[in-house]
Design a protein around this ligand. Structure first.
Ligand code: 3PG
Length: 396
């Protein structure tokens, strides 16, 4: 007889089992009371059957140790599994739920990319006609906050139970989110959407450099090597960009750095908190809105906004209002879906999904805005994107 674990909400995949999630490490679903097992040989969870323990010895030692620390009721119940059970594994409810989970993740990814493409298009249309990135950033956070407040009030979404501690740990995450969001929008107000996203595909390089030099983390040589095409590709794309602008370039670079810190802060601060991905993002939007509003007023201000709005209204017509609404709503929706998908996948899968998302945005924005691209520039982008894939593999 072999012991087995049953968990109601999530089937875990091998290498992700002990990995904390970023940027939403809210997952009590990660069976947090199981301590880390060092080697692959000791791996206690099998992929072939859901949460099927292949080394009962390792499991029982782990469990004994961890139960000392975990007095509360466990999320997991241990039950016996008959080794010679005749039911084929592929027909088991676990296999079916794993297939359903994959379909769900596929739908999340497709929705996330589609919403992101639409957001980027409307965002650029708005910024072309109404070049006030601080206000458009504020509006997108305000719209998201409003959508979520209404959803909570109408009980469409469950209101999260939060305490002061939650908001305190969320604060640095929100500061980094605000900076990253404004910086990306400023960048897109100055350069082509595709260029901003090519530079933003260099985020893994920032992640490794910050982790190495500020946190003292070390990585295998393959991870450092994967930074060569990322940095080289981004550099080549920047040098050959026809409409290069330093503010646009720096905005994308600052956004990369800020989002790395956002991930680090959320990983550090949110361990053990159980707020869903959707609500986590809702709270993040609200806090970011509070942080951003005074700065937006100070940097741009109502006077400039009024003048700019009148100008854009005379050029575009009332349609500009719909564009603004669309960019704000789609900003919230794509982020909400991406945070919801984080409830289901590992950070690694997420980062691969994010890279694929950038490819869809780069290609679609080049087509829609007729962005002139030189072959050497496209080569730089392709090398950078390839580098992010190599990075994902090396991190594995
Ligand atoms: C923003 O405005 O926050 C950026 O466009 C975000 O970019 P990302 O979600 O693609 O990193």
């Amino acid at each position: 007889m072999i012991s087995s674990l049953k968990q109601s909400t999530l089937a875990l995949s091998g290498p992700d089992f002990h990995r904390s999630r970023s940027p939403v490490p809210t997952l009590t679903r990660h069976l947090p009371f199981l301590p880390q097992v060092n080697t692959r040989r000791n791996f206690i969870v099998s992929l072939s059957k859901p949460l099927h323990i292949v080394s009962p010895e390792a499991f029982s030692t782990s469990l004994k140790k961890s139960l000392k620390h975990e007095k509360k009721q466990s999320l997991i119940t241990c039950k016996a599994y008959e080794a010679d059970k005749s039911e084929p594994i592929s027909d088991s409810p676990g296999a079916k739920s794993e297939a359903a989970r994959r379909v769900k993740i596929g739908i999340y990814f497709a929705t996330w990319w589609a919403l992101n493409v639409v957001f980027n298009i409307y965002n650029k249309k708005v910024l072309n006609a109404f070049p006030f990135p601080w206000l458009t950033s504020t509006l997108s956070l305000a719209t998201g906050s409003l959508i979520m407040l209404i959803s909570w009030a109408l009980r469409i979404a469950e209101t999260p139970k939060t305490d002061l501690d939650f908001w305190k740990t969320l604060f640095p995450v929100a500061v980094a989110h605000t900076i990253g969001h404004v910086a990306a929008t400023v960048s897109m107000s100055k350069v082509a959407v595709s260029f901003t996203h090519i530079i933003k595909s260099g985020e893994p390089a920032f992640s490794v450099l910050v982790s190495r030099f500020l946190l003292g983390e070390t990585f295998p040589p393959s991870v450092y090597l994967s930074l060569v095409p990322i940095i080289g590709g981004c550099g080549l794309a920047a040098l050959t960009e026809l409409n290069f602008n330093m503010t646009g370039f720096m905005g994308a670079m600052i956004s990369n750095l800020a989002f790395v810190f956002r991930n680090i802060f959320s990983k550090k601060g949110m361990k053990g908190k159980s707020v869903s991905g959707m609500n986590y993002y809702a709270c993040l939007s609200m806090l970011s809105l509070l942080i951003l509003t005074p700065f937006a007023i100070a940097v741009e201000g109502p006077q400039m906004w009024t003048l700019g709005f009148k100008e854009s209204l005379s050029q575009i017509g009332p349609q500009i209002v719909w564009w603004m609404a669309a960019q704000s709503v789609f900003y919230h929706l794509y982020n909400q879906v991406s945070y919801m998908s984080l409830d289901e996948i590992s950070p690694l899968t997420f980062s691969i999904g994010n890279t694929m998302k950038r490819i869809s945005v780069i290609v679609s924005s080049i087509i829609i805005f007729h962005t002139p691209v030189q072959p050497i520039n496209a080569l730089g982008a392709a090398i950078a994107i390839l580098g992010t894939f190599l990075y994902s593999q090396a991190k594995q």
